[in-house]
Unconditional design. Structure first.
Length: 459
């Protein structure tokens, strides 16, 4: 008896070690838990890090996805290391990296930090990590490579020529905008015959089955040209795309339809938009982006309106105004006329960013069930930066707390946040956004997103 028990006791540490090893292999082998030492140890590697808070429900939702990301990066032999950091335990490091909400996903490469703001799916995150971790400018040595790239990417940029000030500028812009799209360089010989360049060197965007050449005099600054041209001419718009389109400062013309409805009204509206996007590009592409959106729910909560599908709405992303056609749009000519009325200023504008609209927004949000707006939002998160006390922090707290244990780390973190400066260089847009957010209420999740669609470009 006694001997048997002793043997059992001896066995158990081994057993535990085996169990622990098993858990490590299954669960965490590809995602490293990061701590204080990360700041010193990270320098030589490229890291993809999830900064999370244990109490944040959106972080919990990301966790299984994150393990999948770790597994995929590990098994494909990617040089990117995947880690996660409890930003409430290591809040000073997190704030040095500019973490303002949870979860925050960043790719850290030397002195640069790139924020991930896309959909939180494994494929999207892995694609982002591989794109940003790779060379900023990818060389295209042959025509086959060019064709391969053209098949794979719906939009990409290409520099043609040798060393030049334009190339320097291209590299500079690409090192910031690599978070959104792909940049290549090549010599003229690899281009297909249909491409003719007015001069060399040149920057070209390939998209929509054709190509467009950057013209410094007409298009202005290379960076803003790339920011605008990185979208296809016609888009299937969702909340996330709309948020991103806010960067372009363009007017966004959207057919609001039911994608599954095969009746002529829905199909026609979509094809009218496609027609205008394609055949009137020269007239309108500098100030307009075209697309359609499936369903009217998102748009109605954004505009606080009651649009019936199918319809067309044109949003001014700079001042929160929107335009509705005063008569049904039944042909391309109708749509072109509507656009011209908007450009001439004769179309009636709704909404806007005045004080009355802001008050309406607060009342609207209080009335609508908070959940339904946030559920469809692609940038869900627990925001803690500059949270005003009172209703909003209670809202955030309520949404973020998956299991309440009464800790209020976010207050602590936000205090540190406001004093700590960014350790890393994230480009001017980031800084501008940071400044804006000091002057406005920060709402959690969807609300934050809806505000910034319009407010980003204001200052
Ligand atoms: C399709 O749209 C038409 C017109 O808007 C509407 O009358 C019809 O009920 C819709 N059909 C379905 C299946 O939703
Ligand atoms: C969109 O908003 C901006 C900023 O207020 C304004 O300058 C511009 O004229 C507006 N565009 C239209 C077509 O109303």
């Amino acid at each position: 008896m006694a001997e048997g028990r002793r043997r059992e006791r001896r066995r158990s540490p081994l057993l535990w070690a085996a169990v622990a090893a098993f858990i490590l292999v299954v669960d965490a082998s590809f995602v490293e838990d990061l701590d204080d030492s990360f700041k010193e140890n990270r320098k030589d590697d490229i890291w993809l890090v999830d900064f999370y808070a244990p109490w944040c429900g959106h972080c919990k939702k990301l966790e299984p996805v994150w393990n999948e990301v770790g597994k995929e990066m590990g098994s494909t032999g990617s040089p990117v290391k995947v880690g996660k950091m409890d930003a409430t335990s290591y809040s000073s490091i997190a704030s040095e990296f500019g973490v303002r909400g949870y979860p925050t996903i960043k790719l850290l490469k030397g002195d640069l930090a790139y924020n991930y703001r896309g959909p939180r799916t494994k494929d999207d995150i892995v694609e982002f990590a591989n794109r940003v971790a790779g060379p900023i400018i990818r060389p295209l040595p042959s025509q086959q490579m060019f064709e391969h790239v053209q098949k794979r990417h719906r939009v990409f940029f290409l520099y043609i020529g040798g060393e030049s000030p334009l190339k320097e500028k291209y590299i500079e812009v690409a090192s910031e905008l690599i978070v959104y799209t792909y940049f290549f360089s090549a010599s003229e010989e690899i281009l297909p015959e249909y491409v003719t360049l007015p001069e060399m060197p040149a920057v070209i965007v390939f998209k929509d089955g054709t190509y467009f050449v950057y013209d410094e005099y007409e298009d202005g600054d290379l960076s803003s040209w790339i920011s605008k041209e990185r979208f296809q001419g016609y888009l299937n718009v969702d909340g996330f795309t709309l948020y991103e389109l806010g960067d372009t400062g363009k007017l966004v013309a959207i057919a609001i339809i039911d994608d599954k409805n095969t009746s002529v009204e829905h199909i026609r509206l979509k094809s009218i938009m496609q027609d205008v996007a394609k055949n009137y590009r020269d007239h309108f592409h500098r100030s307009f982006q075209f697309g359609h959106m499936d369903g009217n729910e998102y748009m109605n909560s954004l505009l606080m309106d009651d649009l019936k599908i199918p319809t067309i709405v044109v949003l001014n992303t700079s001042n929160q105004q929107y335009f509705l056609p005063h008569k049904p749009i039944e042909s391309t000519e109708d749509m072109v006329q509507f656009i011209n009325e908007i450009l001439e200023g004769t179309a009636e504008a709704h909404g806007g960013d005045g004080i009355l609209q802001r008050i309406k927004r607060i009342i609207y949000d209080a009335k609508s069930t908070v959940g339904s707006v946030f559920k469809s939002s692609p940038l869900l998160g627990c925001f803690l930066f500059g949270l005003p006390l009172g209703v909003i922090s209670i809202m955030c707290y309520g949404i973020c707390m998956a299991d309440s244990d009464g800790r209020l780390d976010e207050v602590d973190a936000s205090k540190k946040e406001s004093t700590g400066r960014e350790l890393t260089d994230e480009g001017t847009e980031e800084e501008q956004e940071e400044e804006n957010s000091e002057n406005r209420l920060e709402f959690p999740g969807g609300e934050e997103e809806q505000k910034t669609i319009f407010e980003k470009k204001k200052d």
